[in-house]
Design a binder for this molecule. Structure first.
Ligand SMILES: [Zn+2]
Ligand SMILES: [Zn+2]
Length: 162
C-alpha cells in the first residue's frame, strides 16, 4: 500500500470513529432528555448501535450484548431504541419482511438489500442519479414530499455466484 493510500485509509478510520463518538454522545443526551436512566446497559447499547452499519433488529442487538450484560432484559433494549427513534437519533427501517431494523445514520440515504442473505448496505444519495424519480415524486397531487427513500434490491457480492 502506498503511503498516501495508507494515510487516506487512516483518516477515513479516524473520521468514522469520530462520527461514532458524536452519534453516541448525541444519543446519550437524547436518552437523558427522554428521562431514561443512563444505566450501563443503555450506554452499552448506544455504543453498539452508534457504530453499526448493519441495520440490526432489536433482537440482534439484544443477543449481541447479552454475553457481556447477562442481566439486561429485552424490554430495556426495546424501550431504549424506542426512545432514540422517538428523539430521531436513530431511524427505523422496514426494508424487508420481519421486524423493524435500526439505523444510527439519520441523514437521508438509500439502501441496497440482498435478496439472498438480507444484508443491508447504505447507499449515499449522490452516487446514483436520482433526478427523474425525485422530480416525479414532487408532483404527487395534494401530497407534500419531504424526501424520497429508495431501496435497491438485488444480490450482494458475497452471494453472487462466482
Ligand atoms: Zn447476500
Ligand atoms: Zn442506512
Amino acid at each position: 500500500m502506498q503511503a498516501t493510500e495508507r494515510a487516506a485509509k487512516k483518516s477515513a478510520t479516524v473520521k468514522l470513529a469520530a462520527m461514532k463518538e458524536e452519534r453516541a454522545s448525541r444519543m446519550v443526551d437524547g436518552l437523558r432528555g427522554a428521562g431514561l436512566k443512563l444505566t450501563p446497559q443503555r450506554l452499552a447499547l448506544v455504543r453498539e448501535l452508534a457504530g453499526d452499519a448493519s441495520h440490526p433488529t432489536a433482537q440482534e442487538l439484544f443477543e449481541r450484548l447479552r454475553p457481556a450484560l447477562p442481566t439486561m432484559s429485552f424490554a430495556t433494549v426495546y424501550n431504549t431504541l424506542a426512545a432514540l427513534s422517538e428523539a430521531r437519533l436513530c431511524a427505523t427501517r422496514s426494508l424487508m419482511r420481519g421486524p423493524v431494523r435500526f439505523d444510527p445514520k439519520v441523514e437521508p440515504h438509500d439502501h441496497a438489500v440482498c435478496g439472498d442473505c438480507g444484508r443491508v448496505t447504505d447507499v449515499p444519495i449522490p452516487s446514483v442519479p436520482v433526478r427523474k424519480d425525485g422530480e416525479r415524486a414532487r408532483r404527487i397531487e395534494g401530497f407534500s414530499v419531504h424526501h424520497v427513500e429508495r431501496v435497491y434490491r438485488g444480490i450482494c457480492a458475497d452471494c453472487r455466484p462466482k
